[in-house]
Write a protein that binds this ligand. Structure first.
Ligand SMILES: Nc1ncnc2c1ncn2[C@@H]1O[C@H](COP(=O)(O)OP(=O)(O)OP(=O)(O)O)[C@@H](O)[C@H]1O
Length: 278
């Protein structure tokens, strides 16, 4: 259960480099409980790196990051994470329920169940929670399906269930709809919007136009980070930024060599996969 106005993420003057290559520079970000934040930016802008810092998988060279008031590693069991690409082989002989149950491994009860009785010996309570979570993501009928038999959209729901089954306070998704079609993308985001009624969510996306109708706030990352309230991201603003009507966009800040470089208060923006209308 989240506190009334608990700060879920607090990043202050965060800088990170892989070796000598700077990826994040002086990033400041506060996320309050209950927010649905979209993280957008160009390829290699540092989005996945920022998520890994939130998850405690990387350590910043400068600055500080707190998750639920603690160092990220200490908060990891209270987070749910859906990675960009599923990291297990699709022909692995395991059914959906057991994939979802893996998400209970970080939770005390699930772990002791596995250690005590061997793999597969989950407690009834863990199985109940896993089934309930599959229902929540509208994938209850897939419980016994081999993981390799699922469509892209079904797999995303199952990975979402795996992230939710540990009953997290913050759900982090790295481009959850990158490999599925637009209709299913809408369904997944409808689902995320419902989950957001009692869960803080951070989602990485390339498509600011699409996510703007679901998220409350958009953070734009291209080495440095700038936030916009969703209501300020309307068609007119996007068109002004691009100089022509566009649909699918990412935008970036603070470099001088933009294709559509325009100086705005928020920095210049450019499009990837831009679809001019008309
Ligand atoms: N382990 C690593 N070692 C060295 N460089 C890395 C490593 N991981 C990522 N990078 C580089 O860091 C930069 C930022 O990567 P990151 O994955 O954070 O970007 P991103 O915004 O998530 O990109 P995309 O939209 O393409 O997923 C990229 O240039 C990437 O090649």
């Amino acid at each position: 259960m989240q506190g009334q106005s608990q700060r879920v993420i607090e990043a202050e003057h965060l800088s990170f480099a892989y070796g000598a290559v700077p990826i994040l520079e002086d990033v400041n970000l506060q996320i309050e409980a209950g927010e649905f934040l979209g993280l957008v930016g160009p390829n290699a802008g540092g989005k996945s790196t920022l998520l890994k810092l939130m998850l405690g998988l990387l350590t910043p060279q400068q600055g500080r990051i707190r998750v639920l008031g603690r160092p990220p590693k200490q908060a990891r069991h209270r987070l749910g994470y859906v990675p960009q690409y599923p990291s297990f082989p699709r022909d692995f002989p395991i059914d959906v329920l057991n994939v979802v149950l893996m998400g209970r491994l970080g939770v005390g009860a699930g772990l002791s169940a596995v250690l005590g009785t061997g793999f597969g010996g989950w407690r009834r309570r863990d199985r109940e929670i896993a089934r309930r979570t599959l229902l929540e993501v509208e994938a209850g009928d897939l419980e016994s399906a081999p993981i390799g038999s699922l469509s892209g959209g079904q797999l995303q729901r199952v990975l979402l269930a795996r992230a939710l089954v540990g009953e997290p306070e913050l759900l982090i998704l790295d481009e959850p709809t990158a490999n599925i079609d637009q209709r299913l993308e809408g369904e997944i985001f409808e689902l995320l919007a419902r989950l957001n009624t009692n869960l803080t969510i951070v989602v990485v996306s390339h498509d600011i136009g699409f996510i703007s109708s679901y998220v409350n706030r958009v953070a734009c990352l291209n080495r440095t980070l700038i936030c916009h309230q969703t209501e300020s991201i309307d068609g007119e603003m996007i068109n002004t930024l691009y100089g022509e009507p566009v649909r699918m966009i990412t935008h970036d800040h603070g470099t001088d060599d933009h294709e559509h470089g325009q100086s705005t208060g928020a920095g210049a923006h450019h499009a990837r996969g831009v679809t001019p209308h008309g």
